[in-house]
Design a protein around this ligand. Structure first.
Ligand code: GLN
Length: 302
């Protein structure tokens, strides 16, 4: 960034930072420069345009420079700002917890379709989410499906806390219960055979591919949320192996997958007794979600 001028305005900073971040390989450099500056000044991004000549001074300038330095060294914008947008809601994020990706909105949409419209049974529908991270999937499901109770699990205590915070902030704290532990282990026993939906965006990157990911992902997302083992499919095998006792007859499954994993994950689910297995695409046209259902009754072999 230039420091030639005694006073830098909003315009100067946006221009200098856009160039700097672009050189560092940031794709939407100008947009990110604006978002970081808007955050420092407590403005909406659009409001910067009405304050182009405003000088940025003292602590605001220091804070902005710190943000830009961090972004330039590969820290994701989301952890710098402490929040991200997902499914039209704002969620808190924090370092060490997987940052939600836009393609996961497709998983939420498809999952909502599997449990709504809610039936009129006396009991509220129940979804189990394994590996909840920031909590965006479970919280969005609870927001979209009336009365839905979400039992969310994550092995990472920071994710458990963050999911709780995000659920409370969204007003669904009472319907999103978060458990720390591995996969199905921490679920309360009384849920056995009652779960209407199993949903997960599990780690699915092949171990050998992690080193080649972009800095923002490789050095900032927790590897427990990325690493799916040698073929990327370890977590799907574990979910398919463990889900049987928890899902009710006719219960649904919705899993995010890597773009080349549709067939393999469909097979893994099929072998574990799931029916109606379908692979769905994200908005970029890549395979992204597999959905399926358990048989309606135990003796239904058709
Ligand atoms: N979609 C993520 C990425 O590309 C990976 C998510 C995952 O492994 N669940 O970084």
């Amino acid at each position: 960034m230039t420091s030639a001028k005694p006073q830098q305005t909003v315009r100067d900073l946006i221009l200098a930072t856009s160039g700097y971040l672009e050189d560092k390989g940031v794709e939407s450099a100008r947009m990110e420069a604006e978002r970081l500056l808007a955050d420092v000044l407590g403005l909406a991004r659009i409001e910067l345009y009405f304050q182009f000549d405003r000088p940025v001074l003292g602590p605001e300038l220091d804070r902005y420079r710190d943000f830009v330095r961090r972004r330039g060294s590969g820290e994701p914008m989301q952890t710098i700002l402490g929040e991200t947008e997902f499914y039209s809601h704002v969620f808190k994020v924090r370092p060490g917890v997987f940052i939600p990706r836009p393609e996961t909105e497709r998983l939420v949409e498809l999952a909502v379709g599997l449990i709504s419209p809610p039936d009129h049974r006396l009991l509220a529908p129940v979804a189990v989410e394994i590996g909840c991270g920031t909590g965006v999937i479970g919280v969005c499901l609870a927001l979209d499906v009336p009365r839905l109770v979400v039992e969310a699990v994550d092995v990472n205590p920071a994710a458990v806390e963050l999911t709780q915070d995000n659920a409370h902030a969204a007003g669904v704290g009472a319907r999103v219960h978060v458990h720390q532990g591995s996969r199905f282990d921490p679920l309360p026993e009384h849920l056995r055979g009652t779960v209407d939906l199993l949903v997960s965006n599990p780690p699915y990157i092949r171990t050998a591919e992690i080193a080649g990911l972009q800095t923002e992902v490789r050095d900032h997302d927790p590897h427990t949320a990325l690493d799916g083992g040698a073929d990327g499919l370890d977590f799907y095998r574990a979910l398919a192996h463990g889900m049987g006792p928890w899902l009710r007859p006719g219960g649904a499954i919705a899993l995010e997958i890597g773009a080349d994993q549709g067939q393999a994950v469909a097979e893994i689910l099929g072998v574990s007794g799931a029916r109606d297995v379908e692979v769905h695409q994200d908005y970029a046209g890549r395979d992204r979600v597999v959905i399926a259902r358990m048989p309606d009754t135990e003796d239904d072999n058709g």
